[in-house]
Design a protein around this ligand. Sequence first.
Ligand SMILES: [Zn+2]
Length: 68
Amino acid sequence: MQVNYDTYKSMDFTCPECGWHGKGEELLNGEFSEVHLIGDLECPKCFHLIAHWQAPLTNNTDYEKNYS
Ligand SMILES: [Zn+2]
């Protein structure tokens, strides 16, 4: 599930793994890829990967097409 970095903190999330329920601001920031500017958001209770956000980059699209 990809979320908007600007709005995820006020969204509601439920962990499919342990049933934790809460706001996006309570999620833990996990792995962060500097290449793709993608950050993982993990459950604060069981560390299950619930969502990820991607920084809005306009010139990243061509890179994706050519190398993925
Ligand atoms: Zn969980």
